[in-house]
Design a protein around this ligand. Structure first.
Ligand SMILES: Nc1nc2c(ncn2[C@@H]2O[C@H](COP(=O)(O)OP(=O)(O)O)[C@@H](O)[C@H]2O)c(=O)[nH]1
Ligand SMILES: [Mg+2]
Length: 368
């Protein structure tokens, strides 16, 4: 049994395979990791397999699986999950785009309790080097779609991640296409995911295998995962949609509070309108805060903002931002584009709602 298995899917990587194996091995050695390197190759017609067999002569912990059926990146990774001889898996590309130096960091995070650790390109400290504009646009589109399912995760389609065996071995993964991480997040049994920023460097040699077909397969995969979460309410995707739904209910309750307080203050207590309105708005923000804190995000016990007053302050500021967005959209659409003010207001409210949820989820009630 090894400490972890580094799974490397390969197809026509004769120019990279030697370097990646040696680099991973050096990291194992420097960090005292008793690791396995598992190359899963789709029967490459070049000399990849031969090279691996050569390396195996001096590396007993280097394993090779040569696949001859159902070729594909995700299929290869999933086959790797089943062939690995350890309880922690780390997936990375062969083309040196993913830095082996992060292996010990990711391993430590898993040992410290994360179920999944993602090498993330799209967060502070991460990035992409030397990618053509076209690749960047495709990747951003894929990331956007992935975030509809996992709003908390910056890079749900990274090819560089570590995962506990328990998360994936019995998960009903449908391996197809390129984005195995999305499938693992959507169907694996996990609670804690952690992201670590890294800088993706495009391959120096060999060629990318991304095709137009890959994009279509990815869209199908996103839909399939949405459908899966609909039928599996314990899944991370469903849990997130529940929060969005509750946040919406709380928002509606805020309208009732706002209107009720306004009617009371103006109609019965004869407070002048601007003052009555300000009090009504503020009370609705406060009641929304209490409901979101005790109900919508109740399951998240550990927040990035530990004190309730920090969350209240954050929520208050975000709400004012939302009000500003509502105001600007309503007025801009009505005045400059001649949109009916009632419709313009609904649009403004929807965008403000999206803003409020998105920012509060990332700041006020961010899970740690
Ligand atoms: N086994 C297997 N590996 C593949 C396949 N397609 C790509 N890979 C490997 O997956 C990794 C990422 O592929 P790459 O073409 O670099 O994708 P890109 O970085 O998104 O352009 C590399 O290690 C490839 O060798 C495939 O069909 N089967
Ligand atoms: Mg690559």
């Amino acid at each position: 049994m090894y400490d972890l298995t580094v799974i490397i899917p390969t197809f026509k990587e004769e120019s990279n395979i030697g370097t990646i194996v040696e680099s991973v091995d050096a990291v194992f050695l420097q960090n005292g990791i008793n690791g396995e390197i598992l190359i899963v190759d789709d029967n490459s017609p070049d000399r990849t397999i031969e090279r691996v067999r050569d390396l195996q002569k001096s590396k007993p912990h280097l394993s090779l699986v040569v696949r001859t059926e159902d070729p594909g990146l995700s299929q290869s990774v999933v086959e790797g999950f089943h062939r690995a001889q350890s309880d922690i898996f780390l997936v990375m590309d062969a083309d040196l785009s993913h830095p082996p130096a992060l292996i010990p960091v990711m391993l430590t995070e898993i040992r410290d309790g994360s179920d999944i650790v993602i090498g993330s390109r799209y967060m502070k400290g991460g990035g992409i080097k030397k990618w053509p504009l076209k690749r960047r646009i495709i990747s951003m589109g894929a990331t956007f779609l992935g975030r509809l399912l996992f709003p908390e995760i910056h890079d749900p389609v990274s090819g560089f991640f570590a995962v506990k065996k328990d998360v994936v071995v019995s998960a009903p993964l449908k391996p197809k296409g390129y984005k195995i991480l999305l499938e693992v997040l959507g169907k694996g049994m996990w609670r804690e995911a952690k992201e670590i920023p890294f800088e993706f460097v495009d391959r120096a040699t060999g060629s990318s295998k991304l095709k137009g077909q890959t994009i279509v397969e990815y869209a199908e995969q996103v839909i399939d995962n949405a459908r899966f979460s609909w039928n599996h309410h314990e899944s991370a995707v469903w849990q997130e949609w529940v929060k969005l739904f509750r946040f919406g209910i709380v928002g509606l309750s805020g309208i009732v509070v706002n209107e009720g307080v306004l009617i009371y203050l103006k109609g019965y207590a004869h407070v002048i309108l601007p003052v009555a309105s300000l009090i009504a708005i503020e009370l609705s923000i406060l009641s929304n805060f209490v409901l979101n804190d005790t109900w919508t995000f109740k399951t998240e016990q550990q927040h990035a903002l530990p004190h309730w007053w920090q969350r209240l302050l954050s929520f208050q500021i975000v709400s004012l931002g939302g009000a500003g967005i509502n105001f600007v959209i309503l007025n801009a659409l009505a005045v400059y584009f001649g949109v009916d003010y009632r419709i313009a207001n609904i649009l403004g409210i929807l965008v403000a709602f999206a803003w409020n949820f998105w920012v509060n989820r990332r700041v006020t009630w961010k899970h740690v």
